[in-house]
Design a binder for this molecule. Sequence first.
Ligand SMILES: [Zn+2]
Ligand SMILES: [Zn+2]
Length: 186
Amino acid sequence: MDNSDYEILSQLRYNVLSRMRTFVDKNNERFFSEKELLQLYRIEISFLSRNSISRHGLTTNLDKSKKISPTNCMIRLNQKLFEKSYSQYAEFVLFHEYIHCLGNFSHDKKFRQLENLWPRKKQMNIIGRQLTSELQEIKARWAWTCSKCGFVVKRSSRKFRSNYFHKECLGKLKNIPIIHPTSLEH
Ligand SMILES: [Zn+2]
Ligand SMILES: [Zn+2]
């Protein structure tokens, strides 16, 4: 990570924590106390490895023998989140990880209730699915192509059986390798 990465991450952290400070219930009680926000502020954030395709963010415990808590965790974020088109979604992903850091391990009802505090939650899910498919697209090595209608499904694994059919038109699927251009060809 270089200096500009640190700047980007600290701006992101600031945006998320500032918003979390504004979340109040109907009695005007805050969902996240100042103490919790300060603890979250101190949590180390870095990037997931470049070839991570399935995760947008990940919270892990530093000391594996103890449960995740604000003082025993670190956050890693997918680098693709720092492309301009994902800047709003990046905040939502960090918010999601922060909820884990506060000791909410599973995506249970309580977790979802907290997560729903984020504005435009539905829109965030849509962007999330878009990011997932974009990440898979990058890694796709094989294209299952329908011999009848030309429909294509991209896959990263070679696993394929000769008797696969396209559900919509019942055409036989063929497995064709995708050749990615090297950077010299751009
Ligand atoms: Zn999660
Ligand atoms: Zn077809």
